[in-house]
Design a protein around this ligand. Structure first.
Ligand code: UD2
Length: 481
């Protein structure tokens, strides 16, 4: 936006008034020092800020820290369809989902606006080598699921990729360099998420990154629900006849980007309003750091692990499972109608979440650069799962962890490249073993090899073509199928 801004020598009076009315006039302290080009870009940036909302945001999220008190609520497990529960007819839902996909009513959607900072990776996370054996980029691994579904269901499936201003062009260039991973260019649609101003933690004043730019941060994956609308992506979906969006995060190379059973459950299961559904994995360890899906006072939503009291996290059902075991994989089915409804009236109605961060900025009085050693700023983000309570009925589909979930978030330990590699290998090992291939395992039971199976080869063990299967795997072997 700012690149195309018109040079100017003055801040428009209406903008000046809007800024002054909400007590943020420090933002204009240095405008006299800017060139017309710099000022034009600054004015364009300021025009994107919803200043009228700022005082409430500061009061609610900067001066106060919203808390969730579980004891004040009635919390129960959500309506769930578990992969190992024979009481529901999986095939029926597969057929329902397959029909919707074949009819071109399902689009793939990946949120890829976040930075790989926790991973220590400098670049869009989707470019990170995720394949256990091949080192394929995460984007390529997700693209293969789209390619698989297009072929399997003989239909054009558009793939929407949400970026942020920080990585938009790099992402597009990466797709260009890789010829869109074999997908038709017109079926890969990029759009950018919105930004939020970052606030001074002590004063509630918006931070200046420089004399002619405010400090901003991406507005969180929840911002996707607004950006889908404002970018025109939703209208593009409508024009293609798309009714449901299959939402996955860029950091999970095992995510089945298009999953017929999940599509079918979302669209047709009892208890589902077909607005927004969630894929979950059974939480085994009460201390595992994933949000849980639960019904809170009768409304399905996510309770973040940090908000879940230890005794409730550890509570067990009669069968020994955790009472609240629906761990959030951040894989959702969302209807186009629902996203449209959320955007009616101009405001999404999702709450913000605050994070205290170190934000490099300038002193608003002297203009001196500040490189903080301690968190000085509050960043506000929306989370996509906060839309769940706004549905009229939401269900969860519990899948087996190794089948769908091996995220890469941290450089080491849990949810790292190493743990993802181990899970990718374990999944492939199980599939091969189910087909009679001997996979070497170490004393602790983990595979003594590295394996990776592309969805283009197989999406489950039954799919594995006889001629693609090795007769045996030797200890230490690396094998990609
Ligand atoms: C998220 C969930 C957590 C669990 C986990 C599963 C939150 C707060 N927690 O943890 O409950 O379900 O995922 O993997 O979400 N992104 C954007 N724009 C943004 C911010 C994020 O596109 O402004 C994307 C990002 O590129 C990534 C995804 O959202 O694909 C997840 O973001 P994250 O790493 O911040 O979420 P995380 O790991 O805290």
């Amino acid at each position: 936006v700012t690149d195309a801004a018109t040079p100017t020598t003055a801040v428009p009076p209406t903008l000046r008034d809007r800024i002054a009315t909400v007590g943020q006039e420090h933002l204009l302290n240095f405008v006299d020092e800017l060139t017309p080009e710099q000022l034009g870009a600054f004015v364009a940036q300021l025009e994107t800020i919803d200043f009228e909302r700022v005082p409430r945001l500061v009061e609610e999220y900067v001066n106060a820290k919203p808390t969730f008190d579980a004891a004040q609520h009635d919390i129960t497990p959500p309506t769930a369809f578990a992969f190992d529960d024979p009481s529901w007819n999986r095939d029926r839902f597969y057929d329902r989902g397959a029909e919707l996909i074949s009819d071109g009513k399902v689009a793939a959607f990946t949120v890829a606006g976040g930075q790989g900072s926790r991973l220590g990776y400098d670049g869009p996370k989707g470019c990170f080598p995720g394949g256990a054996v091949t080192g394929k980029p995460l984007f390529a691994m997700l693209a293969e699921w789209v390619l698989w579904a297009r072929k399997r269901f003989e239909t054009d499936i558009p793939w929407y990729v949400m970026t942020s201003p920080l990585n938009h062009q790099t992402t597009i260039d990466f797709f260009d360099e890789h010829a869109h991973f074999g997908l038709p260019r017109e079926d890969v649609v990029f759009f950018q998420q919105g930004a939020m101003p970052s606030f001074d933690m002590r004063t509630g004043r918006i931070l200046l990154k420089s004399k002619g730019e405010i400090a901003t941060n991406p507005d969180g994956h929840g911002g996707s629900l607004r950006a889908l609308h404002t970018s025109g992506a939703l209208a593009d979906m409508r024009s293609r006849g798309v009714e449901h969006i299959s939402y996955v995060q860029v950091d999970n190379p095992l995510a089945r980007v298009i999953d017929p059973v999940f599509v079918g459950l979302h669209a047709g299961a009892e208890g589902s309003s077909a607005e927004m559904s969630t894929k979950v994995i059974a939480k085994i360890d009460p201390a595992e750091k994933v949000g849980v899906i639960a019904d809170v006072d009768g409304k399905t939503g996510v309770i973040e692990y940090s908000d879940l009291p230890d005794d409730l996290a550890a509570k067990r059902s009669d069968n020994g499972d955790l009472f609240l075991k629906a761990g959030n994989t951040a894989i959702h089915m969302i209807s186009v109608d629902f996203v449209e409804r959320l955007n009616q009236g101009g405001s999404l109605g999702l709450p913000f979440h605050r994070a205290e961060k170190k934000v490099p900025c300038i002193d608003p009085d002297s203009g001196t650069p500040i490189n903080p050693a301690e968190p000085n700023g509050v960043k506000l983000e929306m989370f996509v799962f906060d839309a769940l309570p706004l549905t009229t009925g939401s269900i969860v589909y519990e899948v087996e962890r190794v089948d769908d979930f091996a995220p890469i978030k941290n450089a080491e330990g849990t949810d790292s490249p190493a743990s993802s590699k181990a899970l990718q290998t374990e999944r492939a090992a199980r599939w091969l073993e189910a087909r009679g291939v001997a996979v070497p395992r170490t004393a602790d039971g983990s595979p003594d090899c590295t394996l990776e199976i592309s969805p283009l080869t197989a999406t489950c063990s039954e799919d594995l073509p006889g001629d693609a299967m090795p007769r045996e795997i030797t200890p230490g072997q690396s094998l990609a199928l």
